[in-house]
Design a binder for this molecule. Structure first.
Ligand code: PCA
Length: 210
């Protein structure tokens, strides 16, 4: 059976949980849409994330790579189009390192496209009632960093690889004083799990059609 490598991240900054890591852990070992799902939680550290991913990639030899992370401000499931060769974020990683305006790989191309079928995933998630959007890039922090590293590793291999940002869980949204409707409500873990399984189904169909 083909293997799908699903990664999420550990908690970072002031977020005590990271739904992406939680779901990668939950789906680890499951069979979904004909894939053996290997779920793993990655560290949030510029020096660590790439090597840990590379080791997982070499060990499991996946046929598909689905990377996920938390976008705390997002109200939608965000399908990222491009990985940029750029670390550029105002806040530190979990080891206190800040990187600004710094290439990830000085010899690498400026960017890589996602090689997941984003339009088909978008349609499938919308049809199931999920809030979903496509986004130009994954930012300048660890999610983009991982996306770039993973795309560099998969380039030329034919292994589809892309990044999906998940919104926070409802319990992560701060209480709202003044009884205003909250600007975002979050997406419950079970719903996020359902969304990921729909994405994996789409990836299974893509693989079978080749
Ligand atoms: N989100 C961060 C890094 C880890 C995560 O889950 C990001 O969007 O870069």
């Amino acid at each position: 059976m083909p293997t799908l490598l699903l990664t999420g991240f550990e908690p970072f900054l002031n977020h005590s949980v990271n739904p992406s890591g939680l779901l990668a852990e939950r789906l680890n070992g499951r069979t979904i849409a004909g894939f053996d799902v290997v779920g793993a939680i990655l560290p949030v550290g510029y020096d660590r994330t790439g090597p840990v991913f590379q080791e997982l990639f070499a060990r499991h030899q996946p046929q598909v790579v689905l990377l996920t992370g938390l976008a705390f401000d997002s109200t939608t499931i965000r399908l990222e189009r491009v990985a940029l060769n750029l670390d550029d974020a105002g806040h530190a990683d979990n080891r206190g390192q800040v990187r600004k305006a710094r290439p990830i790989n000085i010899a690498g191309p400026v960017g890589y496209w996602s090689t997941l079928p984003l339009e088909a995933i978008d349609i499938r998630l919308q049809a199931a009632g999920f809030p979903v959007s496509t986004s130009r890039d994954a930012g300048g922090y660890l999610c983009n960093h991982l996306f770039y590293r993973a795309r560099q590793l998969t380039e030329g291999t034919g292994i589809p690889c892309g990044f999906v940002h998940l919104p926070p869980l409802p319990e992560q949204i701060p209480a709202n004083p003044g009884n205003q409707p909250p600007p975002q409500r979050g997406l419950a873990a079970d719903r996020q799990e359902h969304a990921l399984s729909l994405i994996i189904q789409e990836l299974g169909e893509m693989l079978n059609s080749h």
